[in-house]
Design a protein around this ligand. Structure first.
Ligand SMILES: Nc1ncnc2c1ncn2[C@@H]1O[C@H](COP(=O)(O)OP(=O)(O)O)[C@@H](O)[C@H]1O
Ligand SMILES: [Mg+2]
Length: 244
């Protein structure tokens, strides 16, 4: 379970996250929605200890990641896979090298074992044939899928997705939504997805949390979100779908 307590973070005196409280139960998918610039990426990066909050705590299985030493952080991060906004692949490495990187660095598996695992993950995201290509030869959607294969290579317990469908056409977005759901059922992971794509949120989420001006203004199931009387929740859902 991931438990975020009273988390706050400011940049140059400007509050970005203000007293965030969220609990992500094991095995669930939480989608965090909110407009651009509301602090979604800052929140995700804080969860894996890449960014330090000003106050509050983030408990991963009851251990506070904000108080960990570098070596403890390093251990805990092995339980996490993260699909970064923009995929963040290394341009000078092939797809196979990108996907297998963590296995090379953090395990004693043989080349053959690594190769087998890389194939398995590439096939899971439907990209068995492009292992020798470089990121510059791939479309945006393919890069995201390679990013996901890389995020899943260490069999993580937690998978974090930063805007997995942003910038993709509707067909590619649906493919990514399906992959997120397949990942969830095949690997039995706990997931956090940040997005401003409400369609994606409703498709993949068990729980939806909405952040406005750095605060969680709503947290509940998809049904609760869709029937909420909260003015902002209603407006956001409508705006994103373009309904009247
Ligand atoms: N390293 C940083 N230094 C200063 N300001 C930052 C930094 N990272 C994020 N911010 C600011 O925090 C706010 C939230 O950013 P971010 O989490 O990236 O938003 P989003 O919800 O779009 O992912 C923005 O105003 C951004 O400019
Ligand atoms: Mg962001």
């Amino acid at each position: 379970m991931i438990k975020i307590n009273n988390l706050s973070k400011s940049f140059n005196g400007k509050p970005v996250l203000q007293n965030i409280n969220l609990t992500i139960p094991d095995g669930k998918t939480m989608v965090i929605v909110g407009q651009s610039g509301c602090g979604k990426t800052v929140l995700l990066r804080s969860i894996i200890g890449l960014m330090h909050p000003d106050s509050g705590s983030i408990l991963i299985n009851n251990k506070d990641i904000t108080k960990m030493s570098q070596s403890e952080l390093f251990q805990v991060r092995l339980d996490f896979g993260m699909l970064f906004q923009g995929a963040a692949l290394f341009d000078s490495m092939t797809v196979r090298e990108n996907v297998g990187l963590a296995l090379n660095e953090h395990t004693t598996l043989s080349r053959e074992q690594i190769s087998e695992k890389v194939d398995e993950r590439l096939s899971m995201v439907g990209l068995d044939t492009i292992g020798d290509k470089y990121p510059s030869e791939l479309s945006g959607g393919m890069k995201k899928r390679v990013g996901l294969a890389r995020a899943l290579i260490m069999d993580p317990k937690y998978v974090l997705y930063d805007e997995p469908t942003t910038g993709l056409d509707p067909i590619m977005s649906e493919q990514i939504n399906k992959l997120i759901m397949d990942t969830h059922s095949q690997l039995d992971v706990t997931s956090i997805i940040v997005t401003h794509d409400m369609h994606s949120a409703f498709t993949v989420g068990d729980i939806i949390a909405m952040i406005v001006d750095g605060r969680v203004i709503f947290c509940g199931t998809v049904d609760e979100f869709q029937s909420s009387d909260h003015e902002y929740v209603k407006r956001f859902a409508v705006l994103q779908f373009g309904a009247s």
